[in-house]
Design a protein around this ligand. Structure first.
Ligand code: FES
Length: 143
């Protein structure tokens, strides 16, 4: 084997190592970016609703489904409760009865605040923090 062939071989090996290491470093940065952007998405899951679009929420005691599985109940002039309507037992949709919730599947009941009042469900309904902006008449639900 000539010295020139050996040098070419060394050069190729070195080039492959450099490209491989460079690719790994770049892919690590891409993964970090991806993770960072996915956590931004998770933290940006707040939903803002304009209460003029939900007339029942205009007065205390009113309630509205704001999407397929989230109910908002107005509990005071500036207070709201937002709950998931997915039963914590086996994920059926609970029904709001005015003074609490009942699951049609196995009979679990929950208070108006989502607390389990009768099993078989053992966990409370998932609740979401809310922020009411009186000036804009908007409610932010932090899901
Ligand atoms: S799914 Fe609700 S009680 Fe079983």
């Amino acid at each position: 084997m000539s010295k020139e062939n050996l040098n070419r071989r060394d050069f190729l090996k070195s080039s492959v190592k450099t490209v491989t290491i460079g690719g790994l470093i770049l892919s690590t940065f891409d993964i970090k970016k991806l993770i960072a952007s996915s956590s931004e998405v998770n933290s940006a899951q707040a939903k803002v609703i304009n209460l003029t679009d939900y007339p029942a929420l205009g007065s205390t005691g009113g309630h509205e489904m704001i999407d397929s599985n989230t109910i908002v109940i107005r509990t005071g002039s500036n207070k709201f409760t937002a709950l998931s309507t997915v039963c914590t037992h086996k994920k059926c949709d609970v029904e709001f009865l005015g003074d609490g919730f009942e699951c049609p599947c196995h009979g679990s009941t929950f208070s108006k605040t989502g607390k389990v009042t009768n099993g078989p469900a053992k966990k409370n309904l998932k609740s979401y923090k809310t922020n009411y902006n009186e000036a804009d008449n908007t409610l932010t639900i932090n899901k």
